[in-house]
Each structure stands twice: as C-alpha cells, then as structure tokens.
Design a protein around this ligand. Structure first.
Ligand SMILES: [Fe+2]
Length: 314
C-alpha cells in the first residue's frame, strides 16, 4: 500500500523564487536563507519519495475573486507554472499523478470533505518555491524529481478553513493514501507563513515567539494548534499569518508521534519570517522499511528573536 512517510513545512515567500530566478542566491542576504535548506535537500535526495502532495495557496494565479474553492485538488497529468505578472517562473512543468490524486479525491469526498477537483490548473510560487527549496534549483528544461499532487487552500479571502478543518482533512488524506494499493512512498508539504503582514499599519510585522511556539507544538503537540481561531493568527502572526493553517493539513496526515529531524528559522526574507521543519513518521513501511534510520538527532534550530518586530520590505 501507499504510505505517507514524512511531512515538510516550508514558507513559500515569492522573493525567494525571484532570488533563485535572478541568480542572487550567493548574495549574503539570500545566502542566509538558502543555507537553511542545504540539509533539507540532502534529506530529500536520500528519502526519494515516489510522490509529493503539496498543500499551498494560490495567489490569484489559477483562481481569482470570481472563483474561490476552499480546497482544490490537482488531478491533472501536469501543472504549468503560472504567469504571476512578470512571466512564468523558469521552472519545469510539474508532473502530476492523476491516478493517486483521483483516488484521494474519491476517498476524501466520500469522507465528507467537499474538495474541488481541478483537471486543469496552473501553479504559482506558493507551490514552486517550496519545491525549489526542497528539490533544489531545476532548470525549466529539466525535470522535478517526483510527481506532485497540488492541494490549493483558500487563505486569501475570508473565510478560510479553520485549523481544525485543515487538520481533519489531513487525517482524511492519510486514510486515502493508505487505502491506495500501489507501494508508493509519499511526502506531504504544508507551505506558507510564517508570521507576516504585507499591508496596512502593521505591515512588516513578524512574531518570532509565536512562530517558534507553533513549530514546537506542530512537532510535539499539534492538538494545541488545531483550535486556534483565525483572529489569533491575525493578531499574533499578521494578516497573512493565516497561511499557517495549511501546515495543519500536513501535520494531520502524519502519525500522532513523529520525529522532528530538521528545523530552520530565519528572519526576514522579504518581509516574512521563514520557517521550515521536517517531520518523519516512525513507521515508514512499504519500500521505506529498513531503508534508512530516522534522522532524529540532526535537529538544527537557528536562533530567533523572541520579540515582535518589524522589518523593511525588500
Ligand atoms: Fe502565500
């Protein structure tokens, strides 16, 4: 059967994609950010998932205010990079896995989660930036290392789904994957955040204490996170901090007990706190069984300020 073997949380700041695409990764400002993902890329090369499910939000690229699905699952064979206003990012077309995606759609919808099924969809930085951070830079003529099933979540227009609903959707995705007969090793991404606010009087707000507490609980005690109301995300983590509910889909799709094998946190990238975590299921099953030991002990936590502060946009 298929199994979810690990979860990855990663910010998806658009300026990170611009830094990659414009050859700025060695500049000191950006090197600080990219250096935090070197070990992650090693982990991904070693883990070699057969499929990745990537939970992200569309930023008015595939959808608009005319059409706002709360949860939209990509069931297509491929997903081209979207034109986000300055042309598509120079990254490869993302190949999907329509068979597994359709299976997940059927299982989850019959479990009473009313997904929108997308048989044609372009994907923006919300998905491709975390792919670069975890898979490395891939030329547009190259290939991503594994197929991807996109799951777009509305966090751009009120009302987004609750954290609890996201967590429970993750549970349903776990059940769906585990009922798929093929022996596939699946990694699930939760993306977005961490704390940031991009407009209004509080523009530039970052709350490292909140972010670090969120990462701690995501790893050890996610039940403390699932009941956090939207207003608390907005007050504590900024208006765009609501993206963090997407990490709860990833966490819900994992086992209750996980090994945190890597963490990275830095402030800022553009005007956003960058957070990253890798959580492994202890029972890895399938082809993963016995393949490698959990990487627990490699934990790395970058120092972060515990105060709420503002940063300049870049
Ligand atoms: Fe975003």
């Amino acid at each position: 059967m298929a199994r979810i073997i690990a979860g990855v949380g990663s910010s998806h700041v658009p300026a990170i994609g611009a830094a990659l695409d414009n050859g700025k990764t060695e500049e000191p400002y950006w090197k600080r950010v990219f250096s935090g993902f070197v070990k992650s890329q090693e982990w991904m090369r070693e883990t070699k998932p057969d499929v990745a499910i990537i939970v992200y939000n569309d930023h008015a690229s595939a959808f608009s205010v005319d059409l706002i699905p709360t949860f939209a699952l990509g069931c297509a064979a491929e997903f081209p990079p979207a034109d986000e206003g300055w042309g598509p990012r120079p990254v490869p077309v993302v190949k999907g896995n329509p068979a597994l995606a359709s299976h997940i759609a059927q299982s989850v919808i019959l479990d009473e989660f009313d997904l929108t099924i997308c048989n044609k969809m372009e994907v923006d930085h919300g998905m491709t930036v975390p792919m670069n951070l975890l898979f490395g830079k891939v030329d547009k003529n190259g290939h991503w290392p594994c197929p991807v099933i996109p799951l777009a979540v509305n966090v751009v227009m009120y009302p987004p789904p609750t954290g609890h609903r996201c967590y429970m959707l993750g549970r349903a995705i776990k059940k769906a994957v585990e009922s798929y007969p093929d022996d596939l090793r699946v990694v699930i991404f939760g993306t977005g955040g961490l704390s940031h606010q991009i407009s209004g009087p509080r523009a530039g707000l970052i709350n490292s204490k909140w972010d670090k507490n969120f990462l701690d609980n995501l790893s050890k005690d996610p039940q403390k996170l699932v009941k956090i109301p939207h207003i608390d995300y907005m007050r504590e983590a900024g208006a765009e901090g609501i993206e963090m509910v997407m990490w709860l889909i990833m966490r819900g799709a994992l086992d209750d007990k996980v090994d945190e094998v890597y963490r990275f946190y830095t402030v800022p990238a553009s005007n956003t706190a960058v957070g990253h975590i890798i959580l492994e299921n202890r029972a890895r099953g399938g082809k993963a069984a016995g393949k490698r030991k959990p990487a627990a002990g490699k934990l790395k936590r970058a120092a972060a300020s515990a105060k709420v502060h503002r940063v300049r946009s870049r």
